[in-house]
Design a binder for this molecule. Structure first.
Ligand code: THU
Length: 113
């Protein structure tokens, strides 16, 4: 992985978790993607009263990266309080945008897989 270690990427995701807008679930999620040029772009979940309009942290980060012209995805880290795994929609998006991407699933204590 170019220059950024797994634990550093997880730290970025953890830092973004505090920005989550999750008043409906109270489940805060942070994500950070690493691109081939060594860039790290973070995201958090953004909920809405119309709940299907909610955007997961993974898709927020990936969308932000694309909007910055970065799409060569190497890895993504996701941090939740219990090490939860990405939903089906995020898996579909990750499979299309970064089929070789390493996915790190982490909790707030720094445990990851
Ligand atoms: N969520 C994410 O942001 N990423 C995941 O991997 C799992 C779920 C969000 C969606 C919603 O805002 C909240 O977590 C509860 O499902």
């Amino acid at each position: 992985m170019p220059e950024v270690s797994a634990s550093e990427l997880i730290n970025h995701a953890h830092a973004a978790q505090r920005f989550a807008y999750a008043p409906y679930s109270n489940y805060l999620v942070g994500a950070a993607v690493l691109t081939a040029d060594g860039s790290v772009i973070s995201g958090c979940n953004v909920e809405n009263a119309s709940y299907p309009a909610t955007i997961c942290a993974e898709r927020t980060a990936l969308s932000a990266a694309l909007a910055q012209g970065k799409r060569d995805f190497v890895a993504i880290a996701v941090v939740t309080r219990n090490g939860g795994t990405p939903c089906g929609i995020c898996r579909q998006v990750m499979a299309e945008l970064g089929p070789e991407m390493i996915v790190y699933i982490a909790d707030e204590q720094g445990n990851f897989r």
